[in-house]
Design a protein. Structure first.
Length: 457
């Protein structure tokens, strides 16, 4: 049964039947890794901030994670049936209140505050998701935006003002492939009723150069950090006439994307260690957002980036759970970097890996249990894998490295659905004994029966 109220960062909230925040997640709300000195998430934030200088950009790092459903979804133009709103994907406190799923939840508020100029907002965000080495129910995002106001630019010439600002930005030597990918004319159009072609082109160009510069800064640092452990002898033996891979300019590309609150929208990808890595989402802000923020004369762009993902690249951190570790063997490796002006980044040296131990759990989906209320012959109706993930996280926490579906079938006679999941138990900090693992696995199975109404086979 749900608690009637919950307290989050000193503030009390009343729950209702929508409440689905686990105690594990609640216990992480106060951590604020992006504000913890010398934490790799905070260092990553500072590196990105250095590319967007004050006073043009203002920095916000203290926004609370509890927002309204309206702020997180409606204000941004998410349709009522958008899958992101589902209780299987989002942590709700009550029907109208949730833990923000992205930093865009604060766009409207910040557009109201920024007459012209820009901002960066870093914060913890929450998503019910799968369990693997790069997903965690809490992570950190940075949102950035730059806006101009028609009433404030010289001669009211917005396109000229944007181009002038673009001209003042530094250049880079990255190889930009697909600088202008085609975009879907209906789903991702230019906002022709609000922006002249010249304005749209100028804003997009400013957005692209700004974000290319950011990615250049991050990945140049990542390369330098990686080189800090490469023995010097490897360079002296290489052929001096062929440039070493370190001298090769970074390859990036623009890819079309969709967000309800920007149009057109893109993702920026970087070619890193042999594959294309998606780094951020961005676009030209929907004019309706500016208008609803009481600033119809504003035009601008916005982006959002996941900080853990970038920190994993910068420091070679192999597993997202490490960011939450209070283990000195992790934290000490980054100490002093902020005072040193972020100079001297080095890859993380993993401490000894402890053995993994996997256990399978097979079960029949229950009728009526796990969420399906109008269970008319609806075997497995209401089943959502994220609910299982949540039980596993709740019971075994950071002792689980990943969970995967091993087998699934429907009984030919009864029509019942059976699932088998493989849970890989491994602690980052200690060896799990078989006994401890069995005991945890037993509690996971009990939790699945009790909370999802499944029947263990
Ligand atoms: N909020 C988006 C996400 O979480 C990222 C984004 C931010 C996209 C701002 C466009 C503009 O995926």
């Amino acid at each position: 049964t749900n608690p009637k109220t919950v307290e989050i960062n000193g503030q009390k909230y009343t729950t209702d039947s929508w409440f689905n925040v686990s105690s594990t997640v609640l216990s992480l709300v106060s951590r604020k890794l992006h504000l913890q000195k010398d934490h790799p998430v905070a260092i990553t934030r500072k590196i990105i901030e250095s590319v967007f200088p004050a006073p043009t950009y203002k920095y916000y790092n203290e926004f609370e994670p509890v927002v309204s459903t309206y702020e997180n979804f409606d204000s941004l133009g998410f349709p009522p049936d958008h899958p992101g709103r589902a209780r299987s994907d989002t942590y709700y406190i009550n029907k109208d209140t949730l833990l923000r799923t992205h930093t865009s939840a604060h766009e409207a508020e910040l557009f109201r505050a920024s007459a012209s100029g820009g901002y960066l907002l870093s914060a913890d965000v929450y998503r019910r998701d799968e369990v693997d080495r790069s997903h965690y129910p809490v992570f950190h995002q940075m949102e950035g935006a730059r806006v101009w106001d028609r009433a404030k630019v010289p001669n009211g010439d917005l396109a000229a003002a944007v181009l002038e600002d673009l001209d003042r930005l530094p250049k880079h030597n990255m190889k930009v492939e697909d600088p202008n990918p085609p975009f879907h004319p209906d789903r991702n159009p230019l906002q022709a009723e609000h922006h002249t072609p010249a304005e749209a082109a100028a804003v997009a160009a400013h957005l692209k150069r700004s974000l290319e510069l950011m990615v250049n800064e991050i990945f140049t640092r990542a390369k330098t950090a990686a080189a800090a452990t490469t023995p010097a002898s490897t360079t002296s033996t290489s052929d001096p006439t062929t440039p070493s891979s370190d001298d090769e300019p970074l390859r990036v590309r623009w890819v079309e994307a969709y967000f309800p609150f920007t149009s057109p929208s893109w993702e920026l990808e970087v070619f890193y260690q042999g594959s294309w890595l998606e780094v951020l989402g961005c676009g030209v802000s929907q004019q309706a957002l500016h208008a609803n923020a009481g600033r119809p004369g504003q035009v601008g762009w916005a982006f959002g980036i996941g900080l853990e993902r970038i920190a994993m690249v910068l420091f070679g951190v192999p597993d997202i759970r490490l960011f939450w570790s209070r283990d000195e063997r992790f934290l000490a490796q980054f100490r002093g970097l902020e005072d040193a002006g972020l100079v001297g980044l080095r890859p993380f040296v993993p401490f000894s890996k402890y053995p993994a131990c996997y256990k399978d759990v097979s079960f029949w989906l229950g009728g009526g249990g796990g969420g399906g209320e109008n269970g008319e012959g609806g075997e497995g109706v209401g089943w959502h894998e994220n609910d299982l993930m949540e039980v596993v996280r709740d019971v075994a926490g950071d002792c689980v490295e990943d969970v995967s579906l091993a087998d699934e079938f429907t009984h030919p006679k009864t029509g019942r659905r059976s699932m088998c999941y493989r849970i890989n138990y491994r602690s980052l900090e200690r060896t799990l004994t078989n006994r401890a693992t069995n005991e945890m696995h037993g509690r996971v199975m009990k939790g699945l029966v009790k909370r999802l109404g499944v029947e263990i086979r």
